[in-house]
Design a protein around this ligand. Structure first.
Ligand code: URA
Length: 227
């Protein structure tokens, strides 16, 4: 079982503060170990890709913990027994481009999910998101929506993406990020306090270019092997 507890990157408990703010930090030794691989600057893109995909599965498990389910009858080779059926469609919505890596992993355990895309790039001068593309599933208003972005830095991109999803009818949105930081969490919960955040770590700060410190660098560049 994945224990979820709000714990920062140094292991210091911040349970109450984070829980009050609708933030869940997933605490699991495999998550912690994979996160360390992702942080290390010596990790090659191939290994980075695999670890981002795998760790995203753990985050998605936590995000889906309270999804509505119904009971069905299942026939095993030996007898009938009670089974479980998810009640709602699933939409995975990666923010391009680094969110694609998370969607890739999560699709292994949620192959029935529809996948939408939101294209935002960050203007390096203002750090504000500029929207250039979105294409979303038509059943968003019914769906459990996981908005995917590895890094919650300033929070502006995530907030813009939530606004796009809301305008398209999404009702049940959760933001799933690998590493979050305080300014981003504050921004998210200022603009969209109802959106839960599921994350593997909360890092202390942003540098003057808007990168999370210690973070892992540019998630998209590390995933795709660009720089
Ligand atoms: N985006 C990244 O890829 N990394 C950061 O540290 C911040 C935003």
């Amino acid at each position: 079982m994945i224990r979820s507890l709000a714990v920062d990157v140094a292991g210091e408990k911040i349970t109450h503060k984070a829980a009050r703010r609708n933030v869940t930090v997933v605490q699991h030794p495999l998550v912690a170990a994979k996160l360390s691989v992702l942080r290390a600057k010596t990790t090659a893109p191939e290994e980075f890709r695999r670890n981002l995909q795998e760790i995203s599965i753990f985050l998605a498990c936590e995000a889906s913990r309270h999804w509505e389910s119904g009971t069905i009858e299942v026939q095993t080779p030996l007898a009938n027994c009670a089974g479980t059926l998810l009640q709602r469609p699933i939409a995975l919505v990666p923010i391009l481009r680094a969110g694609l890596g998370m969607a890739e992993g999560i699709q292994c355990i949620m192959p029935q999910a529809n996948v939408g895309h939101i294209g935002l790039y960050r203007d390096e001068a203002t750090l504000r998101p500029v929207s250039y593309y979105h294409r979303l599933p038509s059943n968003l208003s019914e769906a459990e929506v996981l908005l995917l972005d590895p890094m919650l830095a300033t929070g502006f991109s995530a907030c813009q993406a939530v606004t796009v999803l809301r305008a398209a009818g999404a009702q049940r949105i959760q933001l799933v990020c690998l590493i979050s930081c305080e300014p981003g969490i504050k921004q998210l919960h200022h603009a969209h306090p109802e959106v839960p955040l599921i994350t593997a770590a909360i890092d202390p700060e942003l540098d003057n270019r808007g990168y999370i410190v210690p973070g892992l660098g540019d998630a998209g560049d590390r995933y795709f092997g660009t720089d």
